[in-house]
Design a protein around this ligand. Structure first.
Ligand code: ADP
Ligand code: MG
Ligand code: MG
Length: 246
């Protein structure tokens, strides 16, 4: 479904990704780990089509078609969603209106029908109806921001959901509900690309289910099973990189 081939990406003229290969089939669960600055967010934002990230070499295909130069809206329509590492505040835009707009654009659902759907799903992520009349992320805690990203994902049900550090800055209760909802989406058929630095969230997920990729300096240097997570947690990235000759 997703095929990333020899991807090189520059940001403001600076090369960040230096040849990433990644293949995700429908419904698979992939985890990307790596130290700070290794290029995880760059990979996520590039797949989602963020305009600041310029592909200088290689390509991205989705469902057999090249999407390397498509804009983010077109990629969203095709079924790719990115849940941001740092979701932004949007002053003046109410959550409910924002989500109604998203559902109209992505799924063609009218505003009235969307309203009830949003309120119902929001409860599953601990948002009350009155919360939905607040502005997007304004004054929100880390946990609330990440739960709102998950709410969007549950409503959209993307074919591919990329989660950039859904566990960073999140309280333990939010982390547990976020993990359950990621698993729910996965069970319903969404392919997952989950990025995590510390692997904190992986303790809440079934390691049997996923493939782990480790990034260093803009490349994937190791791919393995869930066991890799334990090794990284007990020994750190440095030891692993030494072993693979990096
Ligand atoms: P990670 O998510 O693994 O921590 P990033 O993809 O955020 O890594 O960053 C990789 C490298 O690219 C870092 O050196 C970072 O400073 C640089 N970088 C990322 N985004 C930008 C940007 N918008 N402008 C300038 N440099 C950037
Ligand atoms: Mg980082
Ligand atoms: Mg990052």
């Amino acid at each position: 479904m997703l095929k990333v081939e020899n991807l090189h990406v520059s940001v403001e003229g600076k090369p960040i990704l230096k040849g990433v290969d990644l293949m995700i089939n429908p419904g698979e669960f992939h985890v990307v780990m790596g130290p700070n600055g290794s290029g995880k967010s760059t990979l996520a934002l590039t797949i989602a089509g963020h305009p600041r990230y310029r592909v200088t070499k290689g390509k991205i295909e989705f469902e057999g078609e090249e999407i390397t130069v498509l804009g983010p809206d077109e990629r969203a329509k095709r079924g790719i969603m990115l849940a941001f590492q740092h979701p932004h505040e949007v002053e003046g835009v109410k959550i409910i209106e924002f989500l109604q707009q998203v559902l109209a654009e992505v799924k063609g659902i009218d505003f009235a029908e969307a309203y009830d759907l949003i309120v119902k799903k929001a409860e599953e992520l601990w948002f009350k109806e009155e919360d939905l009349h607040r502005y997007v992320n304004v004054g929100f805690s880390g946990g609330e921001r990440k739960r709102l990203e998950l709410l969007q994902a549950l409503l959209i049900e993307p074919k591919l959901l990329i989660l950039d550090e859904p566990d960073s800055g999140v309280d333990v209760d939010s982390l547990s509900v976020i993990s359950r909802k990621i698993e729910e989406l996965h069970q319903r058929g969404t392919a997952i690309l989950l990025i995590t630095h510390y692997g904190r969230i992986l303790g809440h997920l079934d390691r049997e289910k996923f493939t782990v990729h480790v990034m260093k300096d803009g490349r994937i240097v190791k791919t393995g099973t869930g066991e890799l997570v334990d090794r990284i947690e007990s020994e750190g990235f440095t030891k692993l990189f030494e072993e693979v000759g990096e």
